[in-house]
Design a protein around this ligand. Structure first.
Ligand code: HMG
Ligand code: MG
Length: 305
């Protein structure tokens, strides 16, 4: 199949990127990150999560983050909502798009949201109903699509089953998460082909963590299958508190570099992304994980000498 001519990137840095940071990050830093990401051209920025502060303390300021956002009309600011309480809190805080998150692995589902896969799907039904009534868009996630930190291998058909349930329920798009970043291109293709038999390809997104360094290769494989929406995180921030050892999401800058090389339209300003990656990495006291950002910063430093 010909590669898509255009790709949409969903930036998950402020949520997936920051949720596992051990040190409390000031709300103002989160808001400034979101502002800078919008200025890079991102049109979908996952802003925060309305989850239990006992489970994920870093997201406890979710309502404050949403309230203080300098919203741009053309930008969507989705937030995670695991249950009706999270949805109602998000709605009260002004959310116009939410995401429900299930898994293709029973053990991960229990560890992450304290219920089984089918209980999770039952919990999501009232969210979808309430969201429809409030004219709020709902995205769906399936975690552990290429492996589970507790159960190991995950069957592509199990992924397809959950993705199909989310789509049938009314999720406008289903993002397939390689939560532990253990996937390889061939496995990615087999999984996507199984899911695409149950959910239209145009309604699927890829969400790759980069633990084993395969995220960009997996995105290329997904592009070859026809997927044209990818989640990524500025500077490669991220990790899931319930996926021990999992590294960050694929870096937004690395995805943009890949797309640029392939001549695929992405609508983002790479230099502004690199500046933003350098800024947030400085705030967190570390080097950006993105190889592209490190290369561009080194080139800039050499040119300045
Ligand atoms: P629970 O303990 O089973 O909830 O947690 P509960 O319904 O029994 O309620 C217990 C207490 O939590 C009550 O408070 C509730 O009010 C409160 P208490 O009466 O004890 O004071 N509570 C809440 N508080 C705030 N927000 C809420 C909420 N719900 C209940 N929404 C729950 C169940 C789902 C809440 C919990 O397990 C949880 O918050 N899990 C979230 C875990 C999480 O955020 N994981 C990371 C995101 S997923 C991810 O990263 C993967 C992804 O990136 C894709 C990929 O990479 O694969 C999306
Ligand atoms: Mg993730």
């Amino acid at each position: 199949m010909a590669l898509p001519s255009k790709v949409r990137i969903v930036e998950v840095g402020p949520r997936d990127g920051l949720q596992n940071e051990p040190k409390s990050i000031p709300t103002a830093t989160k808001i400034e990150l979101i502002r800078r990401l919008a200025a890079c051209g991102l049109r979908s920025i996952e802003a925060t999560a309305f989850v239990s502060p006992r489970w994920v303390p870093q997201m406890k300021d979710a309502a404050k983050v949403l309230a203080a956002l300098d919203r741009q009309a053309e930008v969507a600011y989705p937030v995670l909502t695991p249950n009706l309480k999270g949805f109602e809190d998000a709605l009260a805080a002004g959310a116009r798009e939410v995401a429900v998150f299930g898994a293709a692995s029973e053990t991960f589902s229990q560890k992450n949201i304290n219920c089984s896969i089918s209980e999770a799907l039952q919990r999501f039904e009232p969210i979808l109903e309430a969201a429809k009534a409030a004219d709020v868009k709902v995205r769906g996630y399936v975690s552990c699509v290429l492996g589970c930190p507790y159960q190991g291998e995950v069957a592509p058909l199990a992924v397809a089953e959950v993705a199909h349930a989310l789509f049938e329920m009314g999720c406008y798009e289903v993002s397939l998460g390689d939560t532990i970043g253990a996937g390889t291109p061939e496995k990615t293709k087999v999984m996507l082909e199984a899911v695409a038999r149950r959910v239209p390809l145009k309604k699927l997104a890829g969400h790759f963590h980069d633990t084993w360094g395969m995220a960009i290769a997996n995105i290329y494989a997904a592009l070859e299958v026809g997927v044209s929406v990818f989640d990524s995180s500025i500077a490669g921030l991220g990790g899931c508190p319930y996926a021990p050892g999992a590294a960050g999401n694929v870096a937004t800058e690395d995805v943009v570099w890949l797309l640029k090389g392939l001549g695929i339209d992405h609508g983002l300003d790479l230099n502004a992304l690199v500046d933003t990656a350098a800024w947030i990495s400085g705030e967190l006291g570390r080097e950006p994980a993105s190889r592209v950002t490190r290369a561009i910063l080194a080139k800039r430093a050499a040119a300045a000498c």
